[in-house]
Design a protein around this ligand. Sequence first.
Ligand code: UD1
Ligand code: CA
Length: 455
Amino acid sequence: MLDIIILAAGKGTRMKSDLPKVLHPIAGKPMLEHVITAAQQLGDSRLHVVTGHGADYIKTTFSAYEDLNFIQQKQQLGTGHAVQQVLPSLSKGSIALILYGDVPLISTTTLTRLLSAVTENTLGLLTVTLNNPSGYGRIVRNSSGSVTSIVEQKDASQEQLNIQEINTGIMAVNSPQLQKWLPALSNNNAQGEYYLTDIIAMAVEDEITVVTEEAENEWEVMGINNRQQQAELERIQQQNIANQLMVDGVTLLDPLRFDCRGELRCGSDVVIDVNCIFEGNNTIGSNVTIGPNCIVKNAVIGDNTEIKANCMIEDSQLANACVIGPFARLRPGTELEEGAKIGNFVETKKALIGKGSKVNHLSYIGDASLGQNVNVGAGTITCNYDGVNKHQTTIGDNVFVGSNTALVAPITVEDGATIGAGSTINKNVKEDVLALTRSPQKNINGWQRPVKKEQ
Ligand code: UD1
Ligand code: CA
């Protein structure tokens, strides 16, 4: 049995934020969520999260996760004290894996390797060798190369400070041994804290061998204490996501100018131009091209659809072979059927645009449903709001809406109807009828334009 302990009680003072540190996002998800996801992929295990600062907020954020055991550490007396709070919850004879809520990019592969280092007589410790080890606990080895202890920066001798192999904090230990060692910790050190790292010397004392594993990538064990480190890991994670997409066959015209803050699934031969941002949950079909500077959030995009430059798409569904933009804004509840076209400076909201229908220029279509092969002329507006309530516009198949039409909702325009340009339509229009509200044109002969007065 595996007990996974995630330490997340710290305040994160250097973030200078009201939000608990572990809730700050990396690639659109709280850093703690990354750790939980990596932990869950280890298979059968129990997950314990030690919280302190912002405990309730963290608990609420993860309320959808059923199998998290939140344990409150009322006072932050050190990493050893934090793990001690979990002792009563550990399963008998389990292996305890200790992770950190602010070390978000740890990989399941590295953790699996670390876990395989644990036997009855060994403990697994994840270390990394850094050019600049400053601030970290140093790994002290004896002349035969065996680990004998970890010494914290603030307690280290001048000689020990030269050690470049550092403690990542991540370790895997037999829980009966933890049950024995942790209550024996003292806080007699430079920081007056109960150090988890002191169990290493206790292990050696008990003839338990400390087996070290190095993380595959340095970024896996990088922690976040401030906004610079957050930004650094954000970029690294964006490169990781971009690399995976390219491995999966997506063309990114510049992987350095690509951001995915959530999930992005793509079919084959998807091409994404520069400076696009994908937020939330997006599913993109095959042969889709997305032009530069698009923001796509919670969208489903069908095969062969083309999104031209500078579009915003949110909570919308686009069927196959649609063409959008440039400069289109699809707001929540937009649904485009196959072959629909939304052109430049068009805004849609809660709008169903039927198969092959076109809204090509400068329009607002909200709270509306359009049938098939409808042509909406430039400048057409659905007047959906009377200042108090929203009303629905319903348009049938093969309707032609002339340019600069105001459709005053609630209104229904039946199949095959035609609306003359410049009309304000506030009465329902029956099938195959021409509706227009144009006032008769006057032509005045010999009209003299005003002339400029002499100064
Ligand atoms: C710790 C290690 C150090 C290691 C470094 C890696 C100890 C004593 N030192 O140092 O060897 O190189 O991590 O980053 O373990 N936490 C709690 N409750 C507490 C104290 C801390 O939950 O009472 C949590 C923090 O929220 C944080 C983590 O434990 O996520 C590490 O604590 P921190 O105080 O940052 O330890 P370091 O001094 O960085
Ligand atoms: Ca730290």
